[in-house]
Design a protein around this ligand. Structure first.
Ligand SMILES: Nc1ncnc2c1ncn2[C@@H]1O[C@H](COP(=O)(O)OP(=O)(O)OP(=O)(O)O)[C@@H](O)[C@H]1O
Ligand SMILES: [Mg+2]
Length: 357
């Protein structure tokens, strides 16, 4: 796939404080890339430098292989959608969508077909003559999307576009955005701090943390093989056992967690000592007898989730282990563990990830 957009050492500093450290990022043509990360991690800053709304402190931006670092925003072929819909309140839906096209001096004869096509795409043709104040939040966001798509930008930047909507509408609009991405074939860069949204929508996720990229990869890569403890903790439900790597008998290694030694699978490239965390996802673990498990604990809570059940096992039975420590196991529906029951926790080594960063 050809590269649509590339940043080379792109960085932004505000009064000596980095909002984005020098960042290299490559986005393929037609890709749906999501910038995911906690508040203040630099997502909007990166997006705004791509759009041209914020001037970089250093580095370069290439679009279609051409240096676009200092191009005016209107010259980049980029459309933007924000959380606040930023519709003009005194203009009808139709005129709101037409506005960007008029600004771009689209010939009069092409204007009406382009506006109608954009409104059709978001299924809002029937609302063309309404004012924004006469629309629901979801409908307003659809118009904001139509206004952006109308001039057929080849890159579309979306900054938490669904942040103001309730959960159900959000999920509906996520499907709409996926469909629009497929229909338009444009390159999408989407900002969110909602991990489920990122997993649902993206070809790749760029996880950001403290003004830099923590990890970038497909949703499955980030979920199954997080590179750092932060990535493991941020994406999906995680059981993270923090401890110190120790050599045990016949060259094998284990993780010392408090007063317990948790076996870890064969890891030839592992440092012989040092702090590490073992990640075990709830669906990779199972309940066994206390003697058989790598860890033992007491079932504190059983949560019924429809398709399956989660047992929350408290590991804090005296000892040195922090008493707040829980371990969540996804159980098949027909298994109904009892609160208070003493259980063991087991998993296949291949489904656990040892993290040393
Ligand atoms: N105009 C500005 N002046 C000074 N500091 C800024 C400015 N804009 C952003 N920052 C700082 O840069 C850092 C990154 O901000 P940014 O808006 O990119 O975060 P974000 O990841 O989009 O967060 P959120 O999820 O809250 O929107 C923050 O620490 C922020 O305070
Ligand atoms: Mg932001």
């Amino acid at each position: 796939m050809s590269t649509k957009l590339e940043t080379i050492g792109l960085a932004k500093t505000y009064r000596e404080t980095p909002a984005l450290l020098p960042t290299d990022l490559r986005v393929a043509a037609g890709e749906f890339l999501t910038l995911l990360g906690p508040s203040g991690s630099g997502k909007t800053t990166l997006l705004q430098m791509i759009s041209g709304l914020v001037e970089p402190s250093a580095g370069q931006l290439l679009i279609d292989g051409r240096d676009a670092t200092h191009d005016a925003p209107g010259k980049r072929g980029i459309g933007m959608v924000f959380q606040s819909y930023a519709l003009f309140p005194h203009m009808t839906v139709w005129d709101n969508v037409a506005y960007g096209l008029r600004m771009r001096k689209l010939p009069r004869a092409e204007l009406a077909p382009a506006v109608d096509a954009a409104l059709t795409m978001v299924k809002m043709q029937a609302f063309a003559q309404r004012l924004p104040s006469e629309l629901s939040g979801g409908q307003q966001q659809r118009i904001a999307l139509a206004r952006c798509f109308a001039f057929r930008p080849s890159i579309i930047l979306l900054d938490e576009p669904l942040g103001a909507l309730d959960k159900k509408l959000r999920e509906h609009m996520q499907m709409e955005i996926r469909r629009l991405h497929q229909e338009l074939g444009a390159t999408f860069i989407y900002v969110t701090h909602d991990q489920d949204e990122a997993l649902t929508l993206s070809d790749r996720i760029c996880l950001m943390n403290q003004a830099r990229i923590e990890q970038i990869g497909t949703p499955a890569q980030l979920y199954d093989r997080p590179a750092t403890r932060f990535a493991a903790d941020f994406l999906g439900h995680s059981n993270l056992l923090d401890g110190v790597v120790e050599r045990v008998a016949d060259g094998r290694v284990a993780l010392r967690v408090g007063d317990r030694l948790v076996p870890i699978g064969p890891s030839p490239d592992l440092p012989a000592a040092g702090a590490a965390s073992l990640l075990v996802r709830p669906e990779a673990a199972r309940l066994t007898s206390p003697e058989e498990g790598a860890l033992a604990g007491t079932i504190r809570e059983v949560v019924f989730l429809g398709a399956d059940t989660r047992a929350i096992v408290s590991l804090g039975q005296g000892a040195e282990r922090d008493d707040g420590a829980d371990f969540t196991v996804r159980c098949p529906r027909d298994l109904t563990p009892c609160v208070g029951e003493r259980v063991g926790l087991a998993w296949d080594h291949g489904r656990a990830t040892l993290l040393t960063r």
